[in-house]
Design a protein around this ligand. Structure first.
Ligand code: BGC
Length: 780
């Protein structure tokens, strides 16, 4: 979309200089505002035209039966889907009897700006109605990062050239009509009118609607209050009906006069609280917002973001698009996780209904690494959500005949929601991914209270799963058979290297954690024998390797398979999952997304640089990147192998996934993992950052196109700034006690008054591996 002529490239904003109805749905995702609890798509204030109306409350979902042509034991019986809740952002406008609808009349100017520092979406437009009345409309919208229930809009209409009679209808609307699905499995199940009305209230400037979902029984309350400023004789009237509550503001504007409505909106939901309690809850949230007022909300938003950027900003010299994209990415990653507070962080955040609003391993392996070093409090909250769903995960494991806990492949509230078990239930690696996120968070923060209260149990229950899922063979070697790794074009395979390595780390981390927390271990019933069994399994873990080719196998036997007929596959046949049967994808060498390549990043200690280069060269021509999670992983390993130009192209692909709509489904919501992957590609790729036994390593190297890359990191009460040039890297400790880490294999210590500058060794020269035909990275 950034390639669209009306979008500009600038460092701190995403600006659309003209309204493009052809990319309206996409722009609604790009301009979505959220705090992780409330999400408002960037729909136009008037509600129409729209691509996909969307207002979401994290956790609010409906359940629906999952039909199977052939049932089987242990298949999830019901699915969950995110629902579009009561829309509080609508402000309809009537100008001299005609609806302000940008499809009619003449749009003289229209601009929208997502301001990444102020955390607001601003809109200005000038429109002449079919009958010739001209108005200017300005609006500013925010979803508060400091008051999690609250969103607000300031909407202003000005008469231009002649007197106009204007009517603004500020509404709360439930059960909006949604466009039908196009059958893409990655979109959402559409549910008609999911909300049943319970209460509607309108008095003075205040509105409130309370509804309840039919089957999941969740109560949703939304309330609004208004401040109206306009010429004398401006009148207001409020009313409510089943699914609408409305404040109507009427005024006659002389040329140059304005009518302004400030609308505060409060949201709440609960599966247990009563109707009066929910009504009171949103009224109280409104009172708190009104106490600060519109300007107070704006100021707090700015202060919150100033603090975030001081900890998280990434500066890129040499590519303005990537500079803009990484800030856009960080902004949305923050929005997705900032105030999720013991709820899931869905694959699309709260920007759209794609993937039914489900959370996947995307959270632990892509989103949480970024937040660990930029907003660590959000990581603890996200992992507490997993912790709160442990009982369900234990039940699922028991149902599958396994020990410990089996976390769902996709879910909103905790139960497994994947109806396709080969790429769902069998993707057990999600358990090790959660364990990895726990270890990463504790290493980076030293939060031992969290480890004791939450971490140990997550590590123990996932270790138990691995111990029961795998087995020692007659030689004592430990295997984990019949699982699906990250690459969903291989399923139910034996000894997936990524899974085995991650499970190994999980088993060892659990054994170490119970040693550190003996009382917790006792409470959880872990004895010495059990933790010794974890260590035995970890030490004996099988890693499939093809000695003839000198490469690790993605899973046992993978390199023996027939290669996919890449030459015979047309460009329009990607993504392959929409054009070929899974049975054929499963039995060929074709990789949907980084799998062995991801293992080399997350479990790097098992691969020396030569091996990384050989493995990368082998898997690169097989990897089609039909998942947006792939490019960033390939960027990291391409950079490590010295293919800096290729790494740069992959970085650009991850960065522009949504701004350029590379997967053609940004309309359904943003690809939060890929956005997080932009940070990963820059920091772990060109910064070469890796975890190293509780510490950090860096092996920075820039591609030719970038002149400078700088990023800040939080690590154990410190704030470290890393600044990389072509020939040298400087490390500055901005706050905290001295820190020792590794730079290209050499130990470096920095203190707040003692920065370090180190030379960057030249990258090894190796032939750049090719991708499958038509699958070179975007811009490559
Ligand atoms: C990928 C998964 C990912 C999911 C949600 C799928 O296409 O293969 O790895 O978790 O999308 O982003």
């Amino acid at each position: 979309m950034i390639t669209h002529r009306s979008y500009t490239v600038e460092p701190w904003a995403v600006r659309e200089t003209a309204l493009n109805l052809d990319v309206l749905a996409q722009s609604e995702s790009v301009f979505a505002l959220s705090n992780g609890h409330v999400g408002w798509r960037g729909n136009l204030d008037e509600g129409e035209p729209h691509g996909l109306p969307g207002s979401y409350l994290n956790g609010v979902h409906e359940v629906h039966p999952l039909p199977y042509a052939e049932a089987g034991y242990g298949y999830p019986e019901s699915g969950q889907t995110v629902i579009n809740v009561t829309n509080g952002k609508i402000l309809r406008l009537l100008v001299d009897d005609e609806p302000f609808d940008l499809r009619y009349g003449r749009l003289v100017a229209h601009e929208r700006v997502l301001d990444l520092r102020r955390g607001v979406l601003e809109r200005t437009c000038e429109w002449t109605s079919p009958a010739g009345s001209t108005v200017r409309v300005r609006s500013t919208r925010l979803v508060s990062l400091t008051q999690r229930a609250v969103a607000a809009v300031a909407y202003e209409v000005e008469a231009v050239g002649s007197r106009s009679r204007v009517v603004i209808q500020s509404e709360l609307v439930a059960n909006e009509q949604l466009p039908g699905s196009d059958g893409d499995p990655r979109a959402a199940v559409a549910l008609e009118s999911p909300l049943e009305q319970e209460d509607a209230f309108a008095a003075g400037s205040r509105l409130r609607l309370v509804h309840r979902t039919r089957r999941s029984g969740l109560r949703v309350a939304v309330a609004a209050d208004h401040t109206v400023t306009g010429p004398e004789r401006t009148t207001t009237r409020s009313e409510s009906d089943r699914d609408v509550a409305r404040l109507t503001v009427t005024s006659v504007l002389e040329p140059g006069q304005t009518l302004r409505v400030e609308k505060l909106v409060a949201h709440g939901w609960s599966g247990t609280r009563s109707l009066p309690a929910m009504a009171d809850q949103v009224d109280a949230a409104l009172a708190a917002a009104a106490h600060d007022g519109w300007q107070g909300l704006l100021d707090d938003q700015r202060a919150h973001l100033d603090d975030f950027w001081a900890r998280a900003d990434v500066e890129v010299d040499g590519d303005e698009e990537i500079q803009q994209a990484v800030r856009f990415a960080l902004f949305h990653v923050l929005q997705a996780g900032a105030r999720a507070e013991q709820r899931a962080i869905p694959a699309k955040g709260l920007t759209g209904s794609g993937y039914d609003g489900h959370a996947f391993w995307d959270t632990e392996m892509f989103v949480l690494p970024v937040l660990t070093h930029t907003a660590p409090g959000a990581v603890a909250e996200a992992l507490r959500w997993r912790y709160n769903t442990l009982d369900e995960a234990r039940e699922r494991a028991a149902q599958l005949g396994l020990g410990g806990a089996a976390f769902p492949w996709r879910t909103i509230a905790g139960p497994e929601g994947s109806a396709y078990w080969p790429a769902g239930t069998a993707a057990f690696h999600v358990n090790a991914d959660i364990a990895d996120a726990v270890v990463r968070y504790v290493e980076a923060t030293g939060d031992t209270a969290f480890e004791r209260e939450v971490g140990v149990e997550l590590l123990v229950e996932t270790a138990r799963l691995w111990r029961s899922l795998g087995h020692h063979d007659h030689r004592g070697v430990f295997h984990i058979d019949g699982v699906t790794g990250p690459d969903e074009y291989s399923a139910v395979a034996d000894d997936n290297t990524y899974t085995n390595l991650m499970a190994r780390a999980n088993l060892l981390a659990a054994a170490d954690a119970v040693e550190r927390h003996p009382r917790r271990a006792e409470q959880l019933g872990v004895d010495e024998e059990e933790s010794a069994a974890w260590r035995d399994a970890a030490e004996a873990m099988f890693l499939p390797y093809n000695h003839e080719l000198g490469v690790h196998e993605q899973h046992a036997g993978f390199t023996r398979y027939q290669r996919w007929d890449f030459a015979g596959t047309r460009p329009d046949q990607y993504p392959l999952l929409l054009n070929f049967p899974y049975f054929d994808l499963y039995r060929k060498q074709v990789v949907k997304q980084a799998d062995l390549v991801l293992a080399m990043y997350t479990c790097g200690a098992h691969f020396d640089d030569e091996q990384v280069a050989r493995n990368f060269a082998y898997y690169e021509p097989l990897t089609v990147r039909d998942s947006s999670l792939s490019a960033c992983c390939q960027a990291v390993i391409a950079a490590q192998a010295g293919h800096l130009r290729l790494a740069y192209h992959y970085t650009a692909e991850a960065a522009l996934m949504d701004l350029a709509d590379l997967e053609h489904n940004t309309r359904d919501g943003l690809h939060i993992a890929s956005l997080a992957g932009t940070w990963m590609a820059l920091v772990a790729g060109f910064g070469g950052m890796r975890r190293d036994g509780g510490g950090l390593r860096f092996a920075p190297r820039l591609p030719e196109r970038l002149r400078r890359l700088a990023f800040n990191l939080q690590f154990r009460d410190r704030r470290l700034r890393v600044e990389i040039h072509a020939d040298k890297a400087s490390y500055t400790l901005l706050a905290g006690p001295p820190l020792t880490f590794d730079h290209h294999g050499e130990p470096v210590t920095v203190g707040t008054d003692d920065p370090a500058v180190r030379a960057i060794p030249r990258a090894p020269i190796r032939p750049t591996p090719a991708q499958p035909p038509h699958r070179a990275p975007h811009g490559g």
